[in-house]
Write a protein that binds this ligand. Structure first.
Ligand SMILES: CC(C)(COP(=O)(O)OP(=O)(O)OC[C@H]1O[C@@H](n2cnc3c(N)ncnc32)[C@H](O)[C@@H]1OP(=O)(O)O)[C@@H](O)C(=O)NCCC(=O)NCCS
Length: 162
């Protein structure tokens, strides 16, 4: 197990680690709690094991329970956040910001120049998180998020220059 950093978010509470494929079940369970449709554990494991992956987990110090995850991919000088989530009981403590900042550090070391992601225009928590970190809108995908029985929702494409 290799620590990405051991401070200073909630130094007594949470650590940020590189995600191991062995945690795919836990990540998939949290993903399913936060997103519809959910990802299954096999898909999560494949993403984590992909050679271009940069994936982190935030875990509690005492029980090692999963508090959050971030899965990204790096391709040449660009990176994309594929998914990020924080367990409801751990939200609003800076964990998502901490994970994105960890990714930014790793991406810079890999000489990545721009970090991208897509977010639903209706997801005000995530939009505030990213805008607060300096991401800027660079595009919009009309009706990108579609669910049966619900109106389609646009995605905004955000980018951060590294
Ligand atoms: C979006 C999400 C990852 C944020 O995780 P988090 O650990 O609670 O976020 P942080 O504590 O790091 O918050 C950083 C900043 O984001 C903004 N923010 C986060 N949650 C917010 C909320 N519920 N309402 C308003 N702003 C919010 C705030 O600006 C916050 O800074 P502040 O607490 O100093 O005001 C979390 O709400 C989540 O898992 N949501 C469900 C999954 C999801 O939508 N993922 C993003 C898909 S693109």
């Amino acid at each position: 197990m290799s620590f990405v950093m051991d401070a200073p978010l909630n130094p007594d509470d949470v650590s940020l680690l590189w995600a191991a494929p062995e945690r795919a079940d836990e990540i998939a369970a949290l993903h399913g709690h936060l997103f519809d449709p959910p990802w299954d554990a096999e898909s999560v494991a494949q993403l984590i094991e992909h050679p271009a992956a940069a994936a982190f987990v935030a875990q509690t110090r005492d029980t090692k329970a999963l508090a959050g995850f971030l899965i990204a991919q790096i391709a040449a000088d660009e990176a994309e956040i594929l998914s990020i989530g924080v367990a409801p009981e751990w939200q609003r403590r800076g964990i998502a910001r901490h994970m994105v900042e960890g990714l930014v550090r790793a991406a810079r070391r890999a000489e990545v120049k721009r970090l991208f992601l897509e977010v639903a225009v209706t997801n005000s928590a995530a939009n505030r998180l990213y805008r607060g970190l300096g991401f800027e809108p660079v595009g919009r995908r009309l009706g990108y998020y579609q669910r049966p029985g619900a109106d389609p929702v646009d995605a905004v494409v955000l980018a951060l220059a590294l």
